[in-house]
Design a protein around this ligand. Structure first.
Ligand code: ZN
Length: 267
């Protein structure tokens, strides 16, 4: 029985591999985008209702998160529209919220539902570094890394078949919680190394297109590494995004291309 299921899962996942419009890479995607986006709205609303959302009406940090996030979203939108690939962002309805939490973390769910935790801000220190993080997290959603990660969870839980009709709301909640690390102090799942490099690469380009100096990425990742040395428990973001020499070297390699897109914001 187990064998039959496994064969079925493999067949289902092969059939569900599609070529990604952003990265050109073949990726597992079991769940239709519309369904994933609808599920993300439910999980995002639940998460916000259970968290301390910082109101942006009178808070500079919350305003900054919305400002930086919107600029990156606009840059991505005009970039793909300009390439005739606006369909990549179909169904995107961007939201950016700052959560009062000492967790050093940020994420973006499919459909553009973004959260930054206040604990991240002492490490980003400036808007350009925040743009680097948001560009990275948004790329995970736009390049469908999240669909891939959630699809893998479906398979692990034995839900490879008729996705959506057989999965209960509790199971969906636990899959989202695993993938994004929604509990306080929780670690999200690690993305594959390929996905991480893609998110670093495209994230850097998008933050440069949005008018933020991509060179801030290097000191940011160095600060993230020292934040780990100064605390007993590694920051949530760092546990799924190790800051090592490989990452920094690759970022330096992407820099000339990113700088070619960089036009500083006029203030
Ligand atoms: Zn990542």
């Amino acid at each position: 029985m187990k064998k039959i299921f496994l064969l079925f899962s493999i067949a289902a996942s092969l059939a569900a591999c599609s070529t990604n419009a952003v990265t050109g890479r073949k990726q597992l995607s079991l769940i239709p985008d519309e369904q994933l986006q609808a599920d993300a709205v439910t999980q995002y609303r639940t998460f916000l209702s259970e968290s301390r959302v910082v109101s942006s009406s009178n808070n500079r940090d919350a305003e900054m998160v919305k400002r930086v996030g919107s600029r990156i979203a606009n840059a991505i939108t005009s970039y793909y529209n300009g390439q005739g690939k606006g369909a990549i962002l179909a169904g995107y309805n961007w939201e950016f919220n700052l959560i009062d939490s000492k967790d050093v973390n940020a994420w973006c769910m499919p459909g553009g539902k973004v959260v930054v935790y206040t604990g991240l801000l002492p490490v980003t220190q400036n808007e350009a570094a925040l743009a680097v993080v948001l560009g990275h997290e948004i790329t995970h959603a736009v390049a469908k890394h999240s669909n891939e990660a959630i699809s893998k969870q479906y398979l692990l839980q034995g839900i490879g078949g008729v996705v959506g009709s057989t999965i209960g709301s509790e199971q969906k909640a636990s899959i989202f919680s695993n993938v994004f690390g929604l509990g306080a102090g929780a670690y999200g799942l690690k993305n594959s190394r390929n996905s991480e490099y893609e998110a670093d690469h495209f994230g850097l380009l998008f933050s440069a297109m949005a008018g933020y100096n991509p060179q801030e990425a290097i000191p940011f990742w160095n600060r993230m590494a020292s934040a780990a040395q100064n605390s007993q428990k590694p920051p949530e973001f760092l546990s799924s995004h190790p800051s090592d020499a490989n990452r920094i070297n690759r970022l330096k390699g992407y820099m000339p291309e990113a700088l070619s897109f960089y036009k500083p914001i006029k203030r």
